[in-house]
Design a binder for this molecule. Structure first.
Ligand SMILES: Cc1ncc(C[n+]2csc(CCOP(=O)(O)OP(=O)(O)O)c2C)c(N)n1
Ligand SMILES: [Mg+2]
Length: 573
């Protein structure tokens, strides 16, 4: 007998919702639609799921992205055509940044599609297969579910999404969604009990021998942990390896805070020309570099391609393979690789020998206090960063939007257990506001602080009303420079009309969107900013603080870094 959390003979929609929720997901982001009614009802009737009605599907996808960053996975739902396509950009961000978001979409009934009837949300040509390849491009696995294939297809799609930590697309025609599933229910597993494919013992043994030898011979080893570790929940294992070996680690922008920044082995951030001099000197002189997780040497993480790390020093321990002598995900025909080898097995293997040998003698010197801006008088971007630096507490979650906010905040030093969340690679503006909703719901006991530029915020600000509706309590700082500031900066401070944005009265928005009990403020001095932040912390209320930056003062980028030729150079020596 088939069973699901709430019924004995579940329909396809009920079973799909229940099976994915069993991974450990408690919220669903999205919008309903008539083709999706069976899915919408299955979510509403599920005893362990809460519907979060987003203001549009793009915002829903961003919220699901934020939720998955903390919870490990998320569910998004939308309707055929109009809804799913609106979510596309957000889902592509999840592809790029490796977040398993399960997208459940309702399609017209199979009989309607077979009869090629012309229905709303279609192109009027009687065809219903236009959108599947588009949505499949934003997922690592997809399926069109029916009563016969639902059980097996769901298992295939879930296992691929969890192995790759990327989104999955599930389309359910409305009539099939209402029919009972057929077959024998497989044993469900959760995110916590998920098992990777087994490592090949010979490949694993061989690569462990090589890494141990290289470690024993290294005089100046360095660990560069990747954000990918957090996707698979491997941070603790790596921290134990650091404790046992004392090997220093540095992080790129994309990987900031993947391991605690209060760890004694943390050297700081390595990003080429933009690194602190001692971190740059150590990293570029290191004789062994262990890439834990698979680094992405994108333009931002490499300080506009200004890193100089020798390829031959690299050992890249990726989720299912180890690559020697190559950087990050780039794989050339001449590189040596070992697979299938699960990263967790490699880390466990290294940890067992590390615990038995004396720790490395090289410990990084204590991190100096980060550069501080002048915090008297008017708020500027550097002073905003400094005020936030001293405001942050253990366990806080700091969300930074693409733009000057992330440029500034990526050099903050985080307290214990605090995390920095930013969509560094995909960089779609507006992400941070909607992602904050998902992050708050996934981490109800932590203080979530969002710093967003005004231009980015304007693209997704309707999600403030959704936050009020569900009672989440972030602290939101709108850096109001009346400008797409980062764009001007990258254009050498040219004053372009297209970078000047509409002047909103930000502090009026939460009230207009029905948020009650929110602290709202407009601040222009650092002391006003500190007072507003402290009040928000002490009262525990949601806060929405417009930080009036006046006329923006931006330091132009050095001309060398602005040059496109420079940026196209490979990131290594
Ligand atoms: C969806 C999307 N559209 C356009 C861009 C290009 N873009 C990058 S940053 C930016 C401006 C951000 O302005 P704002 O949020 O005000 O940041 P600040 O002024 O603090 O730099 C734009 C338009 C983008 N990254 N994503
Ligand atoms: Mg701005």
């Amino acid at each position: 007998m088939m069973s699901c959390v709430n019924r004995a003979n579940p329909t396809v929609a009920e079973y799909a919702v229940d099976r994915i929720a069993a991974l450990g997901i408690r919220h669903v982001f999205g919008l309903p639609g008539d083709y999706s009614f069976p899915i919408n009802d299955a979510i509403e009737d599920h005893p362990e799921l809460k519907w979060i009605l987003s203001s549009n599907e793009l915002n829903a996808a961003y919220s699901a992205d934020g939720y998955a960053r903390v919870q490990g996975a998320a569910i998004l739902t939308s309707t055929f055509g109009v809804g799913e396509l609106s979510a596309l950009n957000g889902l592509m961000g999840c592809m790029a940044e490796r977040l398993p978001v399960f997208h459940l979409v309702g399609a017209p009934s199979s009989r309607i599609m077979r009869a090629r009837r012309v229905m709303h949300h279609s192109l009027g040509d009687g065809r219903y297969d236009h959108f599947i390849p588009i949505m499949a491009a934003a997922s690592c696995a997809h399926a069109v579910l029916d009563p016969v294939n639902a059980l097996t297809e769901l298992e295939r799609v879930i296992s691929t999404a969890l192995l790759e930590r990327r989104p999955a697309y599930l389309l359910i025609p409305e009539d099939y969604a209402r029919m009972p599933v057929l077959g024998t229910t497989p044993e469900p597993y959760s995110l916590k009990s998920w098992q990777p494919p087994p490592s090949d013992p010979r490949e694993l043994g061989a690569v462990l021998r090589i890494i141990r030898q290289r470690l024993a011979a290294a005089r100046k080893p360095l660990i560069l942990p990747s954000f990918v570790l957090a996707r698979y929940g491997l941070e603790d294992l790596v921290s134990r390896f650091l404790d046992a070996t004392g090997i220093p680690f540095a992080t790129g922008v994309m990987d900031k805070s993947v391991l605690g920044e209060s760890h004694p082995c943390y050297m700081g951030s390595y990003r080429g020309e933009f690194s602190a001099p001692d971190v740059k000197a150590y990293a570029e002189d290191a004789d062994l570099i262990l890439d834990f997780g698979g680094l992405l040497f994108d333009d931002i993480s490499t300080g506009f391609s200004s890193t100089h790390l020798g390829r031959e020093k690299f050992i890249s321990i990726q989720p299912m393979q180890v690559v020697l002598g190559e950087i990050g995900m780039e794989i050339q025909s001449y590189t040596r690789s070992f697979s299938p080898v699960w990263i967790g097995d490699v880390l466990e293997g290294l940890l067992s020998t590390a615990e038995a040998s004396p720790p490395h003698t090289i410990r990084p010197s204590p991190l100096p206090a980060p550069n501080s801006g002048n915090t008297d008088g008017k708020v500027t971007f550097p002073s905003l960063r400094t005020v936030i630096q001293s405001f942050l507490r253990e366990g806080d979650l700091l969300v930074a939007e693409t733009g000057t906010s992330s440029l500034q905040l990526s050099s903050i030093l985080l307290p214990k257990n605090a995390r920095y969340l930013n969509q560094s690679l995909w960089g779609s503006i507006g992400w941070a506001t909607s992602a904050t909703l998902g992050i708050c719901l996934a981490a109800p006991d932590r203080r979530v602080i969002l710093v967003t530029g005004d231009g980015s915020h304007q693209t997704t600000a309707t999600e403030i009303g959704v936050m009020g509706n569900y009672g989440v309590k972030p602290i939101i700082l709108i850096a109001n420079n009346r400008l797409f500031g980062i764009e001007e900066f990258l254009e050498g401070n040219a004053s372009k009309e297209y970078n000047k944005i509409a002047p909103w009265n930000y502090a009026d928005l939460p009230g207009a969107m029905g948020c009650t009990g929110w602290l709202t403020r407009v601040v222009s001095t650092n002391s006003e900013l500190r007072e507003a932040l402290d009040l928000a912390r002490s009262t525990g209320s949601a806060a929405y603080i417009e930080v009036d930056l006046g006329e923006p003062l931006l330091e132009p980028l050095p001309p060398k870094l602005l040059s496109k030729e420079y940026q196209t150079e490979p990131p290594t020596s």
